[in-house]
Design a protein around this ligand. Structure first.
Ligand SMILES: [Zn+2]
Length: 263
């Protein structure tokens, strides 16, 4: 898997920030422009690593197979190496896919809430739960920024503004406060999604991780049974798409050998 732009900015270690563009398909051809817009940014505290990947076969980041593909493995390698508290994926979409991304039914269909539009077709939201649950702490900032493919100067300006805020902040709280000044309603919605995630998917995943060590999983049905039992007992509010995703997140976690880091 090739990287066509890689740069480490800032002399410090912490906080560690990582921006990745072009995770799948030909998105890198568009996101390179956004990545380049922060190439010369000044980082006073900690570091910022920026990189852009070359084209790869398209697999959704909500598909667990993505994290077993060359591109997905590269992404996880970078996350494991830099252990960012602040992580931003840059994606692009074609206009006919916009509704699918911001649709209110997205949570029922795909287990994740719709992305939130800022301006000029630029949208923001959380990264795939498949990595968010496995590689990040609850209060980290693992986000994605979606811009139209072949972004206009206006879309790039909106993206660049967000990227600068994210690059210069030291934690999630600061980033949300800064973005709130410009987009208050969007941040309110994102905070509602965060509360829901914090109270349901996140604790359900932690609970599953804890319990999975104590039972022998021979089949997918064993895992399903474990998850269903936990959800029923703890009354977590998860729909069927999310239940499936919880099992998939657990597979990603096991695949990357994190069993010993149960907390
Ligand atoms: Zn994408």
């Amino acid at each position: 898997m090739e990287i066509n732009l890689f740069k480490r900015i800032g002399k410090g270690e912490y906080p560690s920030r990582l921006f990745i563009g072009g995770l799948h398909g030909k998105e890198g051809l568009s996101t390179i422009h956004a990545i380049k817009s922060v190439e010369d940014i000044d980082i006073k505290e900690g570091k910022l690593v920026i990189c852009n990947l070359t084209p790869s076969p398209y697999l959704s980041t909500l598909d667990p197979l993505y994290y077993l593909s060359l591109a997905g493995m590269k992404v996880i390698e970078l996350i494991k190496k830099y252990q960012p508290k602040i992580y931003l994926e840059l994606h692009c979409y074609h206009p006919d896919k916009k509704n699918k991304l911001i649709n209110k039914d997205r949570k029922d269909l795909f287990g994740v809430p719709g992305l939130v539009e800022l301006e000029e077709g630029v949208m923001i939201g959380s990264t795939s739960p498949l990595i968010r649950s496995v590689f990040f702490d609850l209060n980290d900032f693992p986000f994605i920024l979606e811009m139209p493919c072949d972004p206009s100067a206006e879309s790039l300006k909106v993206s660049n503004n967000i990227m600068k805020i994210v690059a210069r902040s030291t934690d999630r709280r600061e980033i949300m406060e800064e973005i709130r000044r410009i987009y208050p309603e969007q941040i309110q919605l994102l905070n509602e999604y965060f509360t829901d995630f914090s109270q349901n998917f996140w604790p359900a995943f932690q609970e599953t991780k804890k319990n999975v060590a104590n039972i022998e999983l021979k089949t997918f049905q064993d895992l399903d049974g474990l998850i269903t039992g936990i959800i029923r007992e703890e009354r977590f509010n998860l729909n069927s798409a999310q239940l499936k995703q919880l099992g998939q997140a657990l597979m990603v976690w096991r695949e990357y050998n994190l069993q010993n880091h149960v907390d």
